[in-house]
Design a protein around this ligand. Structure first.
Ligand code: HEC
Length: 136
């Protein structure tokens, strides 16, 4: 009797552990970007009107997951399978404009593809100009 109880509690402990681990979010996997995107340059100057556009688009399409200031703390962030990341850190801000352009247009898992949602490339560039303001 005693051994079956301890076997059962061992089983419970293992099950609890497995559950805890499966609840952890997936860490960010490397996201390869084709060369032709890496080399793109941003055709839109980061002036007041571009930043204004970018800010509006951000509030409408991105903030719910990425948070107001790109810290990854949006209202939907807790429900996501993957971390949306922190856009204020140097490692993120080092990514090229074309790298961000590719990821925003194509999307991956929880990150939606925006090439059809926003009004053409220009909106994506306005967003990228705005994202650059999150730099610490
Ligand atoms: C439904 C939630 C959600 C929305 C809305 C969303 N994102 Fe994301 N985003 C994510 C997640 C989750 C990831 C991480 C995806 C991965 O690594 O597989 C991500 C990744 C990114 C990345 C790449 C980050 C990196 O470190 O490489 C960029 C750039 C980005 N999002 C920009 C945007 C922009 C701009 C918008 C609005 C137009 C937006 N996202 C809207 C959830 C979202």
């Amino acid at each position: 009797m005693k051994t079956s109880i301890s076997k059962f509690s061992f089983f419970l402990a293992v099950a609890a552990l497995a559950l805890t681990f499966s609840a952890f979010k997936q860490g960010a996997k490397p996201w390869p970007v084709p060369d032709k995107f890496e080399k793109m340059t941003n055709p839109i100057k980061s002036d007041a009107s571009s930043l204004k556009e970018g800010k509006e688009l951000w509030a409408k399409h991105c903030q719910s997951c990425h948070g107001k200031n790109g810290l990854g703390d949006g209202s939907k962030a807790a429900q996501l399978k993957t971390e949306p990341g922190d856009f204020s850190v140097a490692a993120f801000q080092k990514l090229s404009n074309g790298n961000l352009f590719y990821k925003i247009s194509e999307g991956r898992s929880d990150m939606p593809s925006f090439k059809k949602k926003v009004d053409g490339d220009e909106d994506i560039w306005n967003l990228i100009n705005y994202i650059r303001t999150f730099k610490k």
